[in-house]
Ligand binder design. Structure first.
Ligand code: G6P
Length: 370
């Protein structure tokens, strides 16, 4: 096992550090920047069916569901196809309205999650075309869906999903851009700009790992005894906040909630005092000014702010108690970069609490029963 961990203390840390490679592997052979194309067999063979969808329904559980939420933002922004995101466990039991004009995208790292499988069966019975995004090759879901794309993130051993998540976001970005280009919603210039940025992500993730690792490890020391955590973000980074909170609760057993930053005033603000740590994701692109005022509101109530900002940020950085900088990219790709320090934060808090990060209590890597 020590050899498999490649010198890292846990699989989770190894997998966090593998992300420049896993994202690169997700893009490999698919993103051809010089030729200005995205080449994906699963999409290519079904391009008409996908671009003509009246609606796309994304179904998933856990972390994959968070990826699905970001997928909704991506597909609606670039392909202008209406998207709904559902928990597989809810979808399967509520007699949902699904027709043969719908396309279902099922996301599952393991490809074995029982609720997701049951939801796919139901969608197929109702005539939908089902496209799978799985990591495990030849898994049940990848075999049962009508078409699909593998994330190719490599085996993920840590129960808390890390590299599979960023690869799911990468695949969803490819799909959204490909559909948007094909149905004419994305201009050539815009498409080229976005694929060039997508291509730069492995390098930026490598950069964020090397520039934030030691800092996040230090910051984690101050929160070992925290009882609660709040994670906030807007737009594309709202689901990133949900995922950041999920990572922390899964492995450290600290209660954590993710919220859209603007919803803070409708509830969580009541909880804020000097004992409430608040992680806020505030990249330059993405309602920055609004997030600045959220940070001011938090500081007025003495909350402890850990801010994730772009390199060189001044405004939020001046207000925050802790500042973690990450490289700039388009808002739509920022969760791929911002998630990395959030994974590290959860990891180091959990390690310092003595928790078993690779095998958290009560959790399973894949939930094959209801
Ligand atoms: C379990 C795992 C999570 C995962 C979820 C969905 O709860 O612990 O990490 O996100 O199942 O799994 P899937 O394999 O379908 O993505």
């Amino acid at each position: 096992e020590q050899i498999e961990k490649g010198g890292y203390e846990h699989f989770m840390l190894k997998e966090i550090f593998e992300q420049p490679k896993s994202i690169h592997d997700t893009l490999r052979g698919r993103l051809l920047v010089d030729e200005g194309i995205i080449k994906m067999a699963g999409i290519w063979d079904n391009l008409e069916r996908l671009t003509k969808a009246e609606r796309i329904i994304i179904i998933a559980c856990g972390t994959s569901w968070h990826a699905g939420l970001i997928g909704e933002y991506l597909i609606e922004e670039f392909a202008r196809i209406p998207v709904e995101v559902e928990y597989a466990s809810e979808f399967r039991y509520r007699n949902p309205i699904v027709t043969n004009k719908d396309v279902v995208i099922a996301i599952s790292q393991s490809g074995e999650t029982a609720d997701t499988m049951a939801a796919i069966k139901l969608a197929k019975e109702k005539g939908a075309f089902v496209f799978g995004i799985c990591n495990v090759v030849d898994s049940s879901i990848s075999r049962f869906t009508d078409a699909g794309s593998y994330t190719h993130a490599g085996p993920e051993i840590g129960v808390a999903s890390t590299k599979a998540f960023t690869s799911q976001l990468t695949i969803l970005s490819l799909i959204a851009l490909k559909l948007g280009k094909h149905n004419g919603n994305l201009s050539n210039v815009e498409f080229m700009r976005l694929i060039t940025e997508l291509d730069a992500l492995p390098k930026k993730v490598e950069e964020v790992l090397s520039t934030t690792h030691d800092l996040v490890k230090e910051i984690a020391k101050d929160f070992v005894d925290a009882q609660n955590f709040l994670y906030l973000g807007r737009g594309y980074n709202f689901p990133a906040a949900l995922e950041g909170a999920l990572k922390l609760k899964e492995i450290s057993y600290i209660h954590a909630e993710g919220y859209p930053a603007a919803e803070m005033k409708h509830g969580p603000i009541a909880l804020i005092d000097e004992n409430m740590p608040i992680v806020i994701i505030a990249p330059k692109q993405g309602h920055y000014d609004k997030v600045v005022s959220n940070v001011q509101e938090i500081k007025a109530r003495k909350g402890k702010v850990i801010a994730l900002v772009n390199k060189g940020d001044v405004q939020v950085a001046n207000l925050a108690d802790y500042v973690i900088e990450f490289p700039e990219t388009s808002e739509c790709f920022s969760p791929i970069i911002a998630s990395v320090p959030l994974q590290l934060l959860a990891y180091y808090i959990a390690v310092k609490r003595g928790a078993n990060v690779d095998q958290p209590r009560n959790l399973a890597k894949s939930v094959t029963v209801e």
